[in-house]
Write a protein that binds this ligand. Structure first.
Ligand SMILES: *Cc1c(COP(=O)(O)O)cnc(C)c1O
Length: 376
């Protein structure tokens, strides 16, 4: 028997979340009498830990898929995805362009070296690019001063038959917080508004959920949004739960109680004797630890669901096990089902908050040793 831990990825929850985002975009566009944006479902980092193949199945109705790794892009093609694929960091060296060409990938172009590589490449077909502006995040992209010349150069490469579609893109640093997108959007608009029309892409999950109106396009100018985290049923916001947007968790991490200990008042449990019982109590030992991707920084009090009832983690998370308070569930013994996050709750965002991080990190960090089962 393998250890009783497993993650289940629900393909129907992925599809449900995509449909929820689709509906939100369609309604926003209809209210503005504009054209609704297309969706690049972001599936980087092994689809935020959910698996590329599951994502290709769940997001079959997306207009495109976006990721970073060329290997993951190839896996999408091998899984049967024939639609657009955007590489969010573009390509890294000239030989990457062979793969871009062979698998018909679209690329983000964010610096001069990439234009140099494109100019020297011998490709069998045109490459569609999104030219990225650094509108204030200062991570990737041409500065506002350099962008117009880069765009001119890309137009020239388009005339020479190297580049196909030429789009404009930026990424917001604060779409999830009080600062919002106003400043960066103003920079993006002022730099790009006089340039030749082409696809535009500015919104991640947070901007898609809160500022969808900026992604409403026109007949001449198509918009594409790039949601990631919300499609997996987790929230990009510290102040709003995913469920508030009608999203369903796509990953459920489950295990079982593998042992029970009866503590006397004053007994401690786990490394460092971090938790000490103030009265007689039962605790359950769960087959899940930080080597499975459960955060070691989750503190006493982090919510855990045992046999359908919410209880709390106690003591320090160890490599292969964690400990839960069984007082609220007197009937639970060895073999009782435990939900660490997902469908039965808690949400991955609640666990992340208790561990001082975000749901993104926990989903991406699911360890390879945890078997992943696909649910319809
Ligand atoms: C990761 C990423 C996204 C998606 O971000 P979420 O917050 O998960 O929606 C969008 N665009 C770019 C460039 C990214 O790197």
């Amino acid at each position: 028997m393998p250890r009783p831990i497993s993650a289940t990825v629900s393909v129907s929850a992925l599809a449900h979340n995509l449909a929820a985002v689709r509906r939100h975009l369609d309604q926003t566009a209809a209210a503005a009498s504009g054209v609704a944006p297309s969706i690049w479902a972001v599936i980087k980092a092994n689809a935020y830990g959910h698996g590329i193949e599951q994502a290709v199945a769940g997001f079959s109705k997306a207009q495109g898929l976006a990721m970073l790794d060329l290997d993951e892009a190839v896996r999408c093609r091998e899984a049967g995805w024939g639609g657009p694929i955007l590489l969010l960091e573009g390509f890294f060296n000239p030989s990457d362009l062979d793969i871009v060409d062979r698998y018909h990938l679209s690329v983000t172009v964010h610096q001069r070296e990439q234009l140099d590589m494109l100019a020297r490449a011998r490709l069998s077909r045109r490459v569609d690019i999104m030219l990225k502006l650094n509108s204030g995040m200062n991570r990737l992209g041409f500065s506002p001063a350099a962008y117009p010349a880069a765009h001119e150069r890309a137009l020239l490469l388009q005339q020479q038959g190297v580049i196909g579609s030429l789009g404009k893109m930026t990424h917001f640093a604060c779409a999830d917080g009080p600062q919002g997108i106003t400043e960066q959007l103003a920079v993006f608009n002022s730099v790009t508004h006089k340039m030749a029309a082409g696809p535009i892409s500015v919104c991640n999950s947070a901007a898609t959920l809160r500022f969808a109106e900026v992604a409403v396009g026109s007949e001449a100018q198509a918009h594409w949004v790039r949601p990631g985290i919300c499609l997996y049923g987790a929230s990009p916001f510290a102040d709003a739960e995913a469920a508030a947007f009608g999203l369903k968790p796509a990953m459920s991490l489950r295990s079982e109680i593998i042992a029970v200990q009866e503590l006397k008042a004053g007994d401690s449990v786990g490394y460092g004797a971090l938790f000490r019982a103030d009265r007689p109590m039962r605790v359950g030992i769960v087959a899940c630890g930080y080597a499975d991707g459960y955060p070691r920084h989750a503190a006493t009090g982090t919510p855990v669901v045992v046999a359908g009832i919410r209880t709390r983690l106690v003591g320090r998370v160890s490599m292969d096990m964690l400990i839960v308070d069984l007082d609220p569930i007197p009937a639970a013994g060895v073999g009782a089902p435990v939900s660490l996050w997902g469908e039965e709750g808690p949400s991955v965002d609640e666990v992340a908050l208790a561990a001082g991080t975000i749901g993104y990190e926990l989903l991406c960090a699911l360890a390879p040793r945890v078997p992943v089962a696909r649910d319809a």
